[in-house]
Ligand binder design. Structure first.
Ligand code: PLP
Length: 396
């Protein structure tokens, strides 16, 4: 097996322990830390001042927006709005839907993409890509008025990719739009609105090797420009009169970015996007797939451990695997991995209750409250990390 791809901007900072919970929050890479350190001694207000610090900060903030627009393959006229995270981005989109919009969503989603939608039609989690496309087509055919189909790019439970391109084609054939929750896809696979022919994409910086607190919603401007501001306040308002309600809201991203923005979050996220944009992502992905194969092969040899899957074991996926433990409580096992071996994984339902309930309902798994054990990884993960986990699981 080849060793890690060495790209210094994409080196993980910090050492110690074995982090295998990237799907929750990934460790930070050097590019993000360098960007924060470079800006800390220089920053000032954003869009609110004339001093040199303020001007530099405004420029850096808007440059970050441009970098992220490139990274996400935005088309002319698409907007990039900074949010706190994916949950925030999808809630923003939910609030910007034209009146009467029906949202179509599968049961396999993370709660962030299941709960914000005001008028949601929930479809059962499909058993295959073909099933996903047929089920969506059947639902979309019946709907009238504005429709948004919203789907995850990669499952936060199984890492399996969803047929985003195919679903985008179906949605557009029926006059609907499609939003992609790329929280788990973007850290592993290039995501392009133009290539996927998707209308919106949402992601979280803290899952993309940047620090906490910044996320993005990117996509078509018309619904966003027509919607009431997501956060009413300074920055979102272009003119405020003397009477209540006499407000002209700003156009463009500022409309939904009320309040002082998270400059360090935006700039560090853009630094990671820029480093990933320059990296050989095919090589990074190939390396991750080798690690994934090594992990899955090793897991098959650990008695009592079984991988779960939405679309079947052969489906394409990113570096996320969830397991049943033959009736053993995943949170107890996760605790033993942490205390005894310094290995961080996640146990439970991962904010995807309907999907995890379905996947964990196997006869041998009774008595563990429907939870799973999840292993997830990415940049900086080594074969030795995987071996440590496999040895620890076998010894438990
Ligand atoms: N969507 C998916 C697929 C996720 O895995 C997560 C978090 O795990 C989210 C959305 C929500 O991300 P955040 O908690 O950063 O808002």
């Amino acid at each position: 097996m080849s060793l890690a791809v060495h790209t210094s901007d994409l080196d993980i900072i910090g050492a110690g322990f074995v982090p295998l919970d990237y799907a929750a929050t990934a460790p930070c890479v050097r590019a993000a830390a360098d960007a924060v350190n470079a800006l800390l001694p220089r920053y000032g207000s954003v869009h609110r001042g004339t001093g040199p610090r303020s001007q530099t900060s405004t420029l850096e903030y808007e440059r970050a927006r441009d970098v992220i627009a490139d990274f996400l393959g935005c088309r002319p006229g698409d907007q990039v709005i900074f949010t706190r995270n994916t949950t925030d981005a999808l809630n923003l989109l939910a609030r910007a839907l034209p009146p009467g919009t029906t949202t179509v969503v599968f049961d396999g989603e993370h709660h962030a993409n299941l709960l914000p939608w005001p008028n949601a039609l929930r479809l059962p989690a499909p058993a295959s890509w073909a099933d996903a496309v047929t089920t969506a087509e059947r639902a979309l055919r019946e709907l009238r008025g504005p429709v948004l189909l919203t789907v995850t790019g990669a499952s936060n439970v199984t890492g399996e990719l969803w047929p985003v391109r195919e679903l985008a084609a179906v949605a557009h054939r029926h006059g609907a739009r499609i939003a992609v929750d790329a929280a788990q896809l973007a850290p592993h696979v290039p995501v392009s609105l133009a290539d996927l022919d998707a209308d919106y994409v949402a992601l979280s910086g803290h899952k993309l090797y940047a620090p906490f607190g910044a996320g993005v919603l990117a996509g078509r401007a018309d619904w966003l420009d027509a919607a009431p501001p997501y956060l009413a306040g300074g920055g979102a308002s272009a003119h405020v009169g003397d009477r209540a309600g006499d407000v002209r809201w700003a156009a463009g991203p500022a409309r939904h970015e009320g309040g002082t923005p998270n400059l360090l979050g935006a700039v560090s996220l853009a630094a990671v996007c820029s480093a990933l944009g320059e990296a050989d992502r095919a090589a990074l992905r190939a390396h991750e797939q080798e690690l994934l194969a090594h992990l899955r092969e090793g897991l098959r040899r650990v008695p009592g451990v079984a991988e779960v899957s939405i679309f079947g074991t052969g489906s394409e996926r990113v570096g996320i695997v969830s397991l049943t433990l033959n009736g053993r409580d995943p949170s107890v096992v996760a605790g033993r991995l942490a205390e005894g071996f310094g290995i961080g994984v996640r146990a439970g339902k991962f904010c995807a209750h309907p999907l995890v309930r379905r996947l964990s309902e196997t006869p041998g798994n009774a008595g563990c409250d429907g939870g799973l054990l999840r292993v997830s990884f990415g940049l900086g993960t080594t074969p030795e990390d995987i071996d440590s986990l496999l040895a620890a699981l076998a010894s438990l």
